[in-house]
Design a protein around this ligand. Structure first.
Ligand code: MF3
Ligand code: CO
Length: 240
C-alpha cells in the first residue's frame, strides 16, 4: 500500500507544476496515466463503475468526479481539485489535492487552506481507541467554525486490497459512533468543503458533482495507516 500511495503522492506533486492557465484537464489526465504506468502501477479509477479516465479534475464549483476533457482549459484564478487512485501489486492508494491556477482570490485561498486543515484535523483523530465518527465530527466542527459547509453526498472510506472498503467515513455527524479504530487499519479521509451550502447536484455526464448554489468547492484526501508508531500519512511525500 505504501508503494501505491507513494505513486499517488509523487503524481500529485508533479501535477502541481503542470497546473497553469492554458492547460486542459485531459492533458493532466494523459500525463498522470503515463506517470503511473511508467512506475509499474495502474490507474485505479479508470473503468471503476465505468469512469472513463485516470484522474478526476473538478474546477471551481465542481466538487468531485469532474471528467477530464480537451475542451476544459484552466484559467488564471481557477481552483482545480485533482483526485487520483493508484493500484500497485495488489493494493490501492487514494489521494486528492486542490491547487490554485496562477493567482487566486483571497477567499478561494482561504477555502483551500481550511479544507486541507480540516483533513489534518480529521487525521488527528485516526488513532487507536477513537471511533470512526470522531474523525467525521472533528472535520465538520472545524469546517463549520470557519463558516463553510461539508458535502454530505460523498464520504471517505476504508482502503486496501480494494479501492473502497468498509467503513464509510463521512465528513459530518456526531462523534462516538461507528467502529473503534485499531492498529493496522487503513483509511482514505477526504473532506469536500463548499464555500456556500453543502448541497450538490450531478451534471448530465452522470459523474461531475457541482455545488447547487454555484459556490466554490475544495477537496483534500490522504490515505493513512494506523500503526503502533502512530498514524502514517502514506500519500504524503517525506520532507527532508
Ligand atoms: N473520489 C473517489 C474517492 O476518492 C473515487 C472516485 S472513483 C471514480 O474515493 F472512478 F469514480 F472516479
Ligand atoms: Co477516496
Amino acid at each position: 500500500m505504501a508503494l501505491a500511495c507513494r505513486i499517488v503522492a509523487e503524481a500529485l506533486e508533479e501535477l502541481k507544476g503542470l497546473v497553469k492557465p492554458g492547460v486542459t484537464t485531459l492533458e493532466l489526465d494523459r500525463f498522470v496515466e503515463t506517470f503511473i504506468l511508467d512506475r509499474g502501477g495502474a490507474p485505479a479509477f479508470k473503468g471503476y463503475r465505468g469512469y472513463p479516465n485516470s484522474l478526476c479534475t473538478s474546477i471551481n464549483s465542481q466538487v468531485v468526479h469532474g471528467i477530464p476533457s480537451p475542451h476544459s482549459m484552466l484559467e488564471e484564478g481557477d481552483i482545480i481539485s485533482l483526485d487520483l487512485g493508484v493500484y500497485y501489486d495488489g493494493y490501492y492508494g487514494d489521494g486528492a489535492v486542490t491547487y490554485p491556477v496562477g493567482n487566486i482570490s483571497t477567499s478561494a485561498r482561504k477555502l483551500l487552506d481550511v479544507t486541507e486543515d480540516a483533513l489534518y484535523e480529521g487525521i488527528g483523530m485516526a488513532r487507536p481507541g477513537y471511533r470512526i465518527s470522531d474523525i467525521s465530527s472533528t472535520i465538520q466542527t472545524y469546517v463549520e467554525k470557519k463558516g463553510y459547509s461539508v458535502v454530505r453526498d460523498f464520504v471517505g472510506h476504508g482502503i486496501g486490497r480494494s479501492l473502497h472498503e468498509e467503513p464509510q467515513i463521512p465528513n459530518f455527524g456526531p462523534s462516538g459512533q461507528g467502529p473503534r479504530i485499531k492498529e493496522g487499519m487503513t483509511f482514505a479521509i477526504e473532506p469536500m468543503v463548499n464555500a456556500g451550502d453543502y448541497a450538490v447536484v450531478i451534471m448530465e455526464d452522470k459523474w461531475t458533482a457541482v455545488t447547487k448554489d454555484g459556490s466554490l468547492s475544495a477537496h483534500f484526501e490522504h490515505t493513512v495507516a494506523v500503526t503502533k508508531d502512530g498514524t502514517v500519512i502514506m500519500t504524503q511525500l517525506k520532507k527532508d
